[in-house]
Write a protein of this length. Structure first.
Length: 292
């Protein structure tokens, strides 16, 4: 079998996540989704940020980039702009994307590149041993909130809906089959796709356990929810507590970045252009004295 036809699989790297970590479920769902869609590994690019999720790129045999804290969104936008033929998927953590990286969310939404962003939301900064994150529960005890989290919890679904995202969904790492379906739908969607994944941190978060989520999550598609109804989606975004909806909140077709930008739409991918190397001696002589 040609290497270009092999399915997305493990790389052989030793997985160092804590036993029981929700990242295992997301990893399984990701590999199954890409394989079910029949996308060859060499046409997939995965970008990871900083956090426990950031080890993800070590465990899948696709093109990968491990970027700096909070910069997954601009990185996947740039990759799609350079080569529109690639399937580009960003993976970020709740601290990574909703804290330092939150300023990039409105801009990737308004540009609407045909990429997918999956946020591993475990409600703590797991990599740095359990500090409070933007999605920590009010009153939650963490390393930085020993008397309980006093700030309001960030609502990622409501935020991206308010900015006009064209595909908004939430999954649960404890339901791999459902999450697999969500990832497939997100990748097939033409435009920016956002999935917030509820991911238990078995080491540092004693509230949001698998049992806690299983007692609360329900699937929107089983309730007759209309994903084309923005107002209904926004109403569902504020359900949190005894009942937590998962599934596709909102989906609509909009012109993408690749549709609107002529350099991307009309020209071949930058990766295929023959770029002639040019010496920078002239620039150095113009702006700097080589004799100094």
């Amino acid at each position: 079998m040609s290497v270009f036809r092999q399915p997305v699989s493990d790389t052989g790297a030793v997985i160092t996540w804590c036993p029981g970590c929700g990242n295992f479920g997301i990893l399984r769902a990701f590999k199954k989704a890409i394989n079910d869609l029949g996308i060859p590994p060499w046409k997939v690019v995965v970008v990871t940020g900083i956090g426990c999720h950031g080890k993800f790129h070590n465990y899948v045999n696709v093109n990968t980039i491990h970027t700096v804290h909070g910069r997954v969104a601009p990185m996947i936008t740039a990759i799609k702009a350079a080569n529109k033929e690639l399937t580009v998927i960003g993976l970020a953590g709740d601290g990574d994307q909703y804290a330092i990286g939150v300023g990039h969310l409105p801009h990737i939404i308004r540009r609407n590149p045909d990429v997918t962003l999956i946020v591993h939301n475990n409600s703590v900064f797991g990599l740095t041993t359990g500090q409070a994150s933007p999605t920590s529960e009010k009153g939650q005890i963490t390393r930085t909130t020993p008397w309980g989290q006093w700030e309001e919890r960030f609502n990622p679904i409501a935020f991206v809906l308010s900015q006009g995202a064209s595909f908004v969904a939430r999954g649960f790492a404890g339901d791999v089959d459902h999450l697999t379906w969500l990832i497939k739908e997100a990748v097939k969607h033409k435009g920016f796709s956002f999935i917030d994944v509820l991911q238990p941190c078995v080491t540092f978060d004693r509230i949001h356990t698998y049992t806690w989520y299983r007692e609360r999550v329900y699937k929107l598609e089983e309730t007759g929810h209309d994903p084309s109804d923005w107002h209904a989606a926004m109403s569902k975004a504020y359900e949190w507590g005894d009942k937590i909806p998962i599934g596709i909140f909102y989906r609509v077709e909009k012109p993408t970045m690749e549709d609107l930008l002529d350099p991307i739409k009309k020209n071949p991918p930058l990766a295929y252009l023959h770029l002639k190397p040019k010496k920078i001696t002239d620039l150095l002589e113009k702006y700097f004295s080589l004799t100094e």
